[in-house]
Design a binder for this molecule. Structure first.
Ligand SMILES: O=C(O)CCC(=O)C(=O)O
Ligand SMILES: [Mn+2]
Length: 206
């Protein structure tokens, strides 16, 4: 399970019933806090993923304000919905950290979306791990080192898998090369009508 120091991969952490239960919770989160398309700081270029959040804080990015955490949805100006219980349970089981997560970023990847290599470093608290849970289509996940130019490796993440980056791996570069064509029956949800993948990352902000 510890595939490299500080990198824990728990395959099928959620079985199919638990994935479906979590998906229902995420559908409810998205109904209250709709997916939005973030834009890059300065260039204003849109991300290929759409996002929303749950928890006291949510991660957002736009041209004027850059990367940041804030308590309100950027479009509805409403507080983010609470983090669903199954995600809090996953944090208790896998994060080995005494305090609860403060933010859960919900990324929605349509089949053509990707995420470039980056570090998660907008958090003041770097002692807590980042915990990520995947739902829907598999992706090709890329894990680099602590510097951008370091060698990287790629592996698939599937629905129900949980990955933590903690300790010395907390600031490792990572990204999503691409969403993989679906071979298994996909989880039934209006969100996945055209396929796609959801990734949930739980964070302590600080
Ligand atoms: O989709 C993933 O597996 C990774 C997401 C991620 O790295 C992020 O949201 O910061
Ligand atoms: Mn990340």
């Amino acid at each position: 399970m510890e595939i490299e120091p500080g990198v824990h991969l728990c395959r099928s952490y959620l079985d199919e019933a638990a994935q479906i239960a979590l998906l229902r919770e995420i559908e409810a989160v998205i109904a209250r806090a709709p997916l939005f398309t973030p834009t890059m700081p300065r260039s204003g270029k849109p991300f290929s993923v759409r996002m929303t959040n749950c928890g006291p804080l949510g991660w957002v990015s736009d041209k004027a304000g850059g990367y940041r955490y804030q308590p309100l949805h950027p479009q509805t100006r409403e507080p983010w919905p609470p983090i669903p219980p199954p995600l809090l349970e996953a944090w208790s089981a896998l994060a080995a950290y005494p305090l609860p997560p403060q933010a859960c970023l919900v990324n929605f990847y349509d089949p053509a979306a990707r995420m470039g290599l980056h570090q998660d470093r907008d958090e003041a608290d770097l002692c807590a791990p980042i915990l990520s849970i995947s739902l829907g289509a598999d992706c090709r996940f890329r894990l680099g080192g602590s510097r951008r130019g370091d060698p990287s490796r790629a592996f698939a993440l599937a629905s129900g898998d949980a990955l933590t980056l903690g300790g010395g791996a907390r600031l490792r570069f990572h990204g999503v090369d691409r969403i993989l064509p679906e071979i298994a029956p996909r989880l039934a949800s209006p969100l996945f009508a055209d396929g796609g993948r959801i990734n949930l990352t739980l964070r302590r902000v600080g």
